[in-house]
Design a protein around this ligand. Sequence first.
Ligand code: ATP
Ligand code: MG
Length: 442
Amino acid sequence: MRLSRFFMPILKENPKEAEIVSHRLMLRSGMVRQQSAGIYTWLPLGKRVLDKVNAIIREEQNRSGAVELLMPTLQSAELWQESGRYDAYGKEMLRIKDRQDRPMLYGPTNEEMITDVFRSFIKSYRNLPLNLYHIQLKFRDEIRPRFGTMRSREFLMKDAYSFDLDREGAVHAYNRMFTAYLRTFSRMGLRAIPMRADTGPIGGDLSHEFIILADTGESEVFCHKDFLDFPIPAEDIDFNDAGALREVFDKWTSRYAATSEMHDESAFEAVADTDRVAARGIEVGHIFYFGTKYSEAMGAKVQGPDGKEHAVHMGSYGIGPTRLVPAIIEASHDENGIIWPDAIAPFGAVIVNMKSGDAACDEASESIYRALSKADLDPLYDDTDDRAGTKFATADLIGVPKQVVVGPRSVANGEVEIKDRKTGARETLTIEAAINRLTQAG
Ligand code: ATP
Ligand code: MG
């Protein structure tokens, strides 16, 4: 991509409304624009990152055996009257009427709708287990939308729903998602801590929030420091092996695991001072086993091996991609801007032509741009007429992992400089060596 042809509206000033660093950096780098309170346009740079995040989520959901579909944002109120949540949900639900005066709503979540899809087609335990997910916009009329897309009113969610014949099957389904979540966040360069969550009025003992440590987070986490560097399950873990997944779950939920109440518990006292983690964090995912709550209310039953009808056991599993993007920035930035982990960077490299219009600089930049494009590195080429200083600042701000600096002095020697955004390390190489370095590392 040539920057002169791209659409990346960089802000020079720090936006006043931004209270936290991720919000400031997303606005400054032209990733998002607020359209109205808590409602955002994802501009091209932001959209690229969001797509990368979604691709990782999708790969790990698919690997775990979940199956993707796409449900609508608008739902009929009838479904929610069946489950009893239409009245219970309150003001966070945006309620709309169509031209026939039929009550509709913009879905804040999809348990009812997926249960309706399920009951329309699945009648036998032989079709289980089943896990269906989508990545779709949700709307919650949050009383206090804030921190940009971190807590917005319209936001993207990956929501998966599992269906099993009994509790045992549902626990396996839960552990599949638990494992998939550990892998998903780790692939984004994040250490997410599963924290035992309150299951509220529905009861049951299986619910975890996945928390990324950040000072600006709204959640509190207490755990043993070992939980910060437990190994992540490997790519080839067998999602059909209930025992193997159980082991993963047991390890991560053992005695000194994170809970929000742990600071009041004797377990935390038992942890040596130097091993204690008491920190703030951001909830980026939430998984939940809720049994037969919706299947009973909405008649989602299957025939079991015993010939009898059973209400299916369900779980739901959310991840917030539009919250993850700022959460990653909270975890990875410096005073000059964003530092993207390689896996979700909007571009593989940025080519900084220090002197656009200079024949030697233009030629070197073009040849590097062609070579990196050909190698699918997806480079951004800053071919604008901005001053070199402005280009450096932009490259740092947008956080692309590798910068290729093409300046008149080095080009005269047939050389360019590669700068690593994260470490700041610089290296001078011939043009050819620089291309090889980037394409081989990439
Ligand atoms: P919170 O406690 O932060 O309000 P929640 O518990 O209501 O979130 P869930 O219903 O568990 O959220 O939704 C699943 C995921 O969707 C959350 O883990 C989060 O990543 C994301 N999410 C929820 N609400 C928002 C929001 N207002 N803006 C952006 N992402 C959100
Ligand atoms: Mg939650």
